[in-house]
Design a binder for this molecule. Structure first.
Ligand SMILES: [Zn+2]
Ligand SMILES: [Zn+2]
Length: 325
């Protein structure tokens, strides 16, 4: 079921002219932003709304178009924004190429959010089906680069388009004996200060917790009560460092008393990251952790900065859990 964001909901400006109507098209062309997509959009839908409004502003005030150029826009939360909508000529495919295909944008870019989240892929697919049902879109699913000189929609989305734009499969269904939790939430609900670890002992300094209640202390460790491999994708954002200052981050495994067992496979150690010129660190962590009722997963951050370091985001977007083989 498509989760539409109406033009009034996203605060669209009215078109500055009349749309050219379309009874049907050969299909749909898929696009990406071609710019930076802030990873914070992954956990904050209001940033998706702001991004879509910004794109409309650029298309109307910058390009001089009558409206945002896309027919529909899919965000990481599997919501689909109505751009020009079905039955109207888009403007994003390139001169002479707009009447043949509707234009659907996925909110991924060339930096920040580069790998299309499942929500974006489902959203694009939802938009395609909607445009078929409501706008006479034909069967074709193509990329902007088909027939027009551009990198759009980026290699990742283009490979997906060429594969026929399949819906993402999020889990392999467990057998009855192997029933395991499917998704772990690991989200920081408010900013937190990360204390320095001046003498590096103990090695692991901070634990970031949610309120999901899996952790006995009410925290956010990943602590299933069954033996599973967890494939975790995490994003963290820190600020307050001196430019270039070093911080170490990792996915780690701990006993209930907090003592370290090991780091996520296959990296096996913390990763060193250096703060950018603004003193910020934004990084993804991916890894496999063998978890159980007694072995818990954590996001570990270690630094020795004299500054006050703020953790802005710490979230696990998805954790696919498999029983021990
Ligand atoms: Zn494009
Ligand atoms: Zn969103």
């Amino acid at each position: 079921m498509i989760d539409l964001v109406s033009r009034s909901t996203w605060g669209a400006r009215a078109p500055s002219g009349s749309y050219t109507t379309l009874a049907s098209t050969r299909g749909v062309k898929v696009h990406y932003t071609g710019g930076h997509v802030d990873p914070a959009t992954l956990t904050d839908h209001s940033r998706c709304v702001a991004a879509v409004r910004g794109i409309q502003r650029g298309h109307m005030d910058g390009n001089g178009w009558i409206d945002i150029g896309y027919s529909m826009i899919a965000c990481p939360h599997r919501k689909v924004f109505v751009g020009r909508g079905p039955g109207h000529l888009p403007a994003a495919n390139g001169p002479g190429l707009n009447s043949a295909h509707y234009a659907v944008l996925g909110l991924v870019g060339t930096s920040g959010v580069v790998t299309p989240p499942d929500g974006v892929l489902h959203g694009i697919r939802d938009a395609i089906e909607w445009l078929r049902a409501k706008g006479g879109a034909g069967k074709e699913i193509k990329g902007h680069r088909d027939g027009y000189s551009t990198d759009c929609p980026g290699d990742a989305l283009y490979a997906w388009v060429q594969a026929g734009a399949p819906r993402p499969v999020t889990t392999t269904p467990p057998t009855e004996e192997e029933e395991v939790p499917e998704v772990v939430s690991l989200g920081l609900s408010a900013e937190a200060t990360v204390k320095p670890n001046i003498n590096h002992s103990p090695w692991w300094t901070e634990e970031y917790r949610d309120t999901a209640g899996w952790h006995p202390a009410g925290g956010q460790s990943i602590a299933p009560d069954v033996d599973v491999w967890a494939d975790v994708t995490t994003f963290i954002a820190l600020r307050g460092f001196q430019p270039g200052e070093r911080v170490e981050v990792g996915l780690t495994r701990h006993l209930a008393d907090g003592s370290l067992v090991d780091c996520a496979w296959p990296t096996g150690r913390l990763m060193a990251v250096h703060a950018d010129v603004d003193g910020c660190v934004e990084t993804n962590l991916n890894g496999h952790l063998k978890l159980s009722a007694t072995n818990r997963g954590r996001v570990t951050i270690r630094h020795t900065s004299a500054n006050t370091i703020t953790l802005e985001v710490a979230s696990a977007f998805k954790a696919i859990l498999h029983p021990y083989a």
